[in-house]
Write a protein that binds this ligand. Sequence first.
Ligand SMILES: *Cc1c(COP(=O)(O)O)cnc(C)c1O
Length: 433
Amino acid sequence: MKFYSTNKTVPSVSLMEAVIKGLASDNGLFMPERIEEFHPQFFKGIHRMSFQEISFEVANKFFGEDIPEQVLDEIVFDSLNFDCPIIRISDQIYSLELFHGPTLAFKDVGARFMARILAHFLKGISKEVNVLVATSGDTGSAVANGFLNIPGIKVYVLYPRGLVSNIQEKQFTTLGNNITALEVDGTFDDCQRLVKSAFLDQELNDDMVLTSANSINVARFLPQAFYYFNAYARLHETELNSDFVFSVPSGNFGNLTAGLFAKFLGLPVKRFIAANNENDVVYNYLKTGKYEPRPSVATIANAMDVGDPSNFVRILDLYNHSHRDICTDMVGYRYSDDEIRETMKQVYTEKKYMLDPHGAVGYRALKADLKPGEVGVFLETAHPAKFTETVEEVLGKGTVILPEKLSAFLKSEKLSFGISADFADFKDYLLNN
Ligand SMILES: *Cc1c(COP(=O)(O)O)cnc(C)c1O
């Protein structure tokens, strides 16, 4: 299958090129040329399939022409070796828990899958690839752990000194091997600028193969469609006659866009809810039809602090830029930090369910939007222990129990290399290592 650029000024490329390059050369995002619906029969028997079996069928739609069946099967089973269970919160509301992977957040799914797809393509070119990733916390840990010990790939995680939580920092600075953590004397924006400058630097690109691993990469964002199908499959028997609504806590909109792809593949979803914190440019777009990016503002759901969501162009492209059609499939909600805290407290007290700040945004929007006869699923994108400080501030000291996976990271020693926010410093480091 070929992948075209959302800017449509350059020719389509192969899957391999789309995965290795990440971004099209006209700065557009890659999109699959075809989205073929599943036969309705597929959905009748889907409840008999496991998460991995379902994921293979979905992966096959996008990657099947370019990756041998046996290899794709191995990639799926190897990367998705954890569960995405669905938990009943009330009669109408379910939580899709996406935090049972190694770093306890949903980004594990895409990062682990992408690492293996990239490794498969690298076998053909016998060159080492360098993955550069700027992180404000969660992306760095998912990518570092997803790519750990994958042959032929080196990962450089750039993060702002003193601006990520201790737990987050430990998850990408303790791994060693092919993972290098670079502690930048600057902000997250500086880290992003350094990575962008590296991609544009001719001398660096002549010397080494550089790629990115954020949700602009098709191999990282498309696998996120898998768990929407899984949620449907697990609900299929008990809630067969209901209309399904998905609520997605959103930042860069990779997760929600993958949900829309699931719908285009035929998954019967009535609508999606774009649940935002105070970074509400998409919320405003849905209200007014005008897209006006702004600098991000800091909130307690910080993985959603994005002022110009990169995957929004994919949504526009899917719907041929029709505001009306987008609004048929999507509604928006937006909540302040106080409202997020209030929801975390209420759900913990009344339903005995601990939400993390991101999931709380999804839950609240779903609760507000559901109509009688509908069944709603919100994506619980991270384990509350990843945000222990915030959660305990709201629910009380000692309420969060640290899972074994996280305490193991905390016990290991931090290894990082300090660099300035000056590009020359970063470039020097890359050329000499
Ligand atoms: C990354 C992230 C989000 C936002 O996902 P997008 O795909 O960027 O919209 C939400 N919650 C958590 C916990 C995250 O890490």
